[in-house]
Every structure is written in C-alpha cells, then in structure tokens.
Write a protein that binds this ligand. Structure first.
Ligand SMILES: Nc1ncnc2c1ncn2[C@@H]1O[C@H](COP(=O)(O)OP(=O)(O)OP(=O)(O)O)[C@@H](O)[C@H]1O
Ligand SMILES: [Mg+2]
Length: 419
C-alpha cells in the first residue's frame, strides 16, 4: 500500500473518490477537490468485473478482490490512500417514476421554510414501496406554490399550499446491500450510492443541454442506461439489459471465433453503420479450438454488429417515447460508456432516433485529463464530481435510517437531491 508523504496528507488536501462498479469493469477514480471548487483527477484504476453478473454480486470474495485491484492501481498513480468513495449502482432492478407531493405550509405567516420542503419531499415519496426495494434518489423537478408552477427553490416564498414534483429512483435493497458489503469489505466506506447514468450525466453533459432537453445513453458492457433531462431536471430514467457484451457475443457466435478474439476484432475493426464501413477491407478471424484463421470482409462484420446496435437503440428510442418529454429534446441524444466507442455508433443512432447524436466524454476537470477523458470513465468521473457535494453543490445530506433499514447506517452522507 502507498503511504502519503507528510506534505501530502488527506487532511490538508481534500481527496475524493468515485467507484464505478460496471458490468464489465470496475473503475476507481481518485481526485482532489481544489480550493476554488475545481476537481483534479489524480489516479485512475480499473479491473475486470469478476464476481458480478449484470452489476449484481454473485461471488462476494471475487467482487472484493476486483474492487481491491482497481483501488490499488488508482492509489498507486495518485499517491494517496482512500478511505471512502461515492459508489455507482445500476442494473435492470433500477426503476424510476415521477411522483408528486402536497402539504399545507406550516407557519402562521405562510412563509415556506426548509421544514416545509422536507415534508413535501417526504409526501412525494410516501408511496407503498415493497419491502425488498429502497429509494436511491429523490430528484427534485419543480415546486408549485398555490398552483404557481416552475419554482426551483420555494424557500422564502409565501403561500398556503406547497407541491413538489420529483423523480424517484428505486432499486433492490439486497442488490444494493451486497454492493455496499463488497466495497466495505474491500476497505472503503461508502459515502453515497448514485445511479450510474446520473453520475455519467454530471461528467458529460453541460448545463445548456440539460436545460434544453437531452437524452443521455450510457452504453456499457451489460446494460444501456438512459436518463432524460429537461429544464435542468431529471424526467425519466431507465435501464436496458443489453450492451457491448452482446455485440461481442454476436461476433463470437456469428463469426465462430473465441470471445476474447471477438472483443479484439470489435474494438479494432468494428463498425456499427454499414454506409460508413470500408466494406471490402479484409480481416483475419481466428477459429475456435485451434482451427485456422479465416478471412472475412468488414461488410460481414458490420452485418453482425449493426442489428444488435439497432436493437439497443431501438429499445432506447421506445423507452424515450414513454416519457412525456420525448418531444422536448432540443439537444438530442448524447452517447457515452465504452459501447459508444464503436465506430459509426453516433451515425447509426441518428438514423434510429431521428435526432442529432454525439458521443460525450467526461469533462470539466484537470489533472490526468488524457487518461480519464474516455467515455469508459464517464460514470467514474461523474461519481467524483458527485462527491464534492452533489450536482450544483447543493445536495442535501440527511440520514434516512428508517427508510433504508439495514444499509441506512452506511449512507450517513446520503446525497439524493438533484438541484
Ligand atoms: N474501442 C472500443 N470499441 C468498441 N467497443 C468498446 C471499445 N472499448 C470498449 N468497448 C466496449 O465497451 C463495453 C464496456 O463499456 P463500459 O466500460 O462503459 O461498461 P461498464 O461500465 O463496465 O458496464 P455497465 O455500464 O453496463 O455497467 C464493453 O462491451 C466493451 O467491449
Ligand atoms: Mg458503466
């Protein structure tokens, strides 16, 4: 383990960390919170997600081991040991719903105070949640005071009736508990659990895009996560259980080659969009079980890749259409995650979505800019940003012991509000 030198201690430098437990890799990003509020990336560590399937812990010891590998690598580059991290969570157990709460303003002078805001947010989350599910985020959209809509911060305003519109993200309690358990066993305490695509959005999107309306698609290994923003608030979240690993599987099956070779072929030669593919270019495809390599054209390779990417984007488009904000995405679609590195991905997506599409990389930080500026690290960098106190620096930290039952104690600094 690295030791920090006396002049660089965690005490006088504010060291922060984001731990992305993805379906294909675990990434730990260590950073420093600078006095001016900026974030500098000091270390990046990755390791394959062994012990997890689709983001769910299936072997605790292997998962702990994978986390420790990523932690050690990042600590080595950073020259700091970390004790806590904001941890990303995803998987198809995640559900997002819009909800609304109403309360009467309490004070005799009818001026809204923070206690009223707490109560109305409680009211918005007061629905019957099955025992095995927990609330991960209560994301504020807007407040209404005596039916006057469009209020972002109601404190100080006078009225009798206060309403809140929120987006609530819930997940399986046991899946979250097992993630927390694995991270704690790896020696890191969990300072918050954040839905991964929300973190990616923090790193990749700018305020303008969130204001105008944008759909963020994080195309990962096993899942494709979707978040819709409009008027700077989250309107819709969804997870599709397909990603880059499905493309690799298709190549392995379709071209009869081992999985690791299929992965390599995809990264080096893969195209998602036929019109851009140099169709007659030839590649060597190694055979299975010692069979000799065969030649194939890129046209054939694209014929394997494109349908799967079309399926993923098609399902995402369907999911986006379910939101009432589907028609209000003036900033189009932004792709991120390792799956978005596939060549021709944005062009294919433009055709499927009928909207402008770009590929987003994490930005807005200094330090190891080159290493961390990849769509693979959007979630990790976003988690780092989140650990400086939440989006726009005004997240509410409160204990929700009762609601979170067992894992409440891990979430002392729960960062749920988006504002
Ligand atoms: N250069 C590349 N070209 C094409 N695909 C790539 C490239 N680099 C990585 N990928 C793919 O990206 C996927 C992994 O992306 P990422 O690291 O964002 O996933 P993850 O965060 O582990 O998974 P998830 O977000 O689903 O939990 C893999 O399927 C991998 O094959
Ligand atoms: Mg991911």
């Amino acid at each position: 383990m690295m030791r920090s030198t006396p002049s660089r201690t965690n005490e006088d430098r504010r060291i922060i960390a984001g731990l992305d437990i993805g379906t294909s890799k675990i990434a730990l990003i260590i950073g420093e919170l600078e006095p001016d509020g900026g974030v500098s990336v000091l270390g990046v560590g990755t390791s394959p997600s062994v012990g997890l399937r689709q983001g769910v812990v299936i072997n605790l010891d292997q998962t702990v081991d994978s986390i420790q590998r990523a932690v050690q690598e990042a600590q080595l580059t950073a020259g700091f040991e970390i004790r806590e991290a904001v941890v990303g969570i995803s998987g198809d157990h995640i559900q997002g719903v819009n909800s609304r709460g109403v309360v009467a303003v309490s004070g005799a002078d009818h001026e809204i105070v923070p206690g009223d805001v707490d109560r109305v947010l409680e009211a918005a989350t007061a629905f019957n949640l099955p025992k095995d599910r927990q609330v991960l985020h209560v994301l504020r959209q807007e407040f209404l005071v005596d039916s006057q809509a469009g209020i972002k911060n109601p404190i100080g305003i006078s009225g009798v009736r206060l309403e809140a519109e929120v987006h609530i993200v819930t997940g399986s309690s046991t899946i979250s508990e097992n993630i927390v358990k694995a991270v704690e066993k790896a020696g890191i305490s969990v300072s918050g659990l954040v839905l991964e695509p929300l973190a990616s959005g923090e790193a990749v999107l700018d305020r303008n895009e969130k204001q105008l309306g944008v759909a963020l698609l994080d195309v990962g290994g096993g899942t494709t996560d979707i978040v819709l923003f409009f008027d700077e608030a989250i309107r819709h979240t969804a997870v599709i259980p397909l990603g880059g690993q499905n493309v690799t599987n298709d190549i392995a099956l379709g071209m009869k080659t081992p999985l690791d070779q299929a992965e390599d072929i995809k990264r080096r030669h893969g195209w998602a969009y036929r019109p851009l593919t140099p169709k007659s270019e030839r590649i060597l495809v190694p055979g299975i079980g010692g069979r000799g390599a065969r030649e194939a054209t890129l046209d054939v390779l694209t014929a394997v890749i494109q349908p799967r990417m079309e399926e993923i984007f098609g399902l995402a488009a369907k999911e986006i259409k379910r939101s009432e904000f589907a028609g209000r995405l003036a900033a189009g679609v932004v792709l991120t995650g390792g799956g978005s590195l596939l060549k021709g991905c944005a062009e294919l997506a433009e055709e499927v979505f009928g909207m402008p599409v770009s590929v987003g990389v994490p930005k807005g930080f200094s330090g190891l800019v080159e290493s961390a500026s990849s769509p693979v690290f959007s979630t990790g960098v976003g988690l780092l940003f989140w650990s400086r106190g939440g989006p726009a620096g005004s997240a509410v930290r409160r204990s929700r012991k009762d609601r979170f039952g067992g894992i409440g104690r891990f979430l002392k600094r729960f960062m749920s509000d988006y504002f």
